[in-house]
Design a protein around this ligand. Structure first.
Ligand code: PGA
Length: 246
């Protein structure tokens, strides 16, 4: 049990169609039956579901985010892309940026920095993902990588209040592996130490499930979780939340 205000962010990745939205009803019911001041739920579905999900959640405290945004502030000739202003117009309040799946697809720190700046300008809050690869971990470069991703990704950004950081070791995403309690404690502490007293919230992400949540929730200073696979199933998602807050 934790007395802290915790974030639970569902990253649906490329999952879900209009029928899937019905699965939210269980989570809505759960959320309504619990004290508002204990946790914040944010759903980040694929862009196709942002509008219908934000409508379904309109009378709840659950918020909606997107999973990426194009860096351009205005409309433009970018086939297949959607910018932050467009995401906001359909109900997104947040956007996940810097996710390792997009870094691996070619997004670098400078591009992520531009996306963060322009998404903030467009009125979105940012869920900024950072994390080391398995090789970087083995080479004992975790802190160096986190420091560099933070520095470059947040370069000249003053509105730190608009940012939530998600520490997601690349090797833990979708693998069933999680860092040891000591490793995680150190990384969260390291990230927060970069901001002094005004640190943004720092969440953990990577293979969070209802079995390992007991071990994860007790890490001091952790402000919540970014949950991929397990968030696609309402029962598993609710289990994780219940085990954390109860
Ligand atoms: P996972 O994904 O929980 O399925 O490991 C987390 C994420 O990629 O945000």
């Amino acid at each position: 049990m934790t007395n802290k205000y915790m974030y639970f962010i569902a990253n649906w990745k490329m999952f879900g169609d209009l029928k899937t939205i019905n699965s939210l009803d269980k989570v809505i019911k759960f959320s309504k039956s619990h004290k508002k001041n204990k946790f914040k739920l944010i759903y980040c579905p694929p862009n196709t579901l942002i509008r219908p999900i934000s409508k379904r959640l309109s009378k709840t405290n659950i918020e909606v985010g997107a999973q990426n945004s194009h860096q351009n502030l205005d409309y433009g000739a970018f086939t297949g892309q959607v910018n932050a202003r467009m995401l906001k117009s359909v109900g997104a309040k947040y956007v996940i940026l810097g996710h390792s799946e997009n870094r691996m697809a070619g997004e670098n720190d400078n591009l992520i920095n531009l996306k963060i700046k322009n998404s903030i300008k467009s009125g979105l809050k940012i869920i900024f993902c950072i994390g080391e690869t398995i090789k970087q971990k083995r080479d004992k470069k975790t802190n160096q990588v986190l420091n560099s991703q933070l520095k470059k990704g947040l370069k000249s950004i003053k509105k730190i209040n608009d940012i939530i950081i998600a520490y997601e070791p690349v090797w833990s995403i979708g693998t069933g592996l999680i860092p040891s309690s000591e490793e995680l404690f150190k990384s969260i502490k390291f990230i927060k130490s970069k901001f002094g007293k005004k640190s943004p919230k720092v969440l953990y992400g990577g293979s969070v499930n209802s079995k390992n949540i007991d071990q994860l929730k007790i890490i001091p200073d952790i402000d919540g979780f970014l949950i991929g696979g397990a968030s696609q199933n309402p029962k598993k998602f609710i289990d994780i939340i219940k085990k954390t807050i109860n």
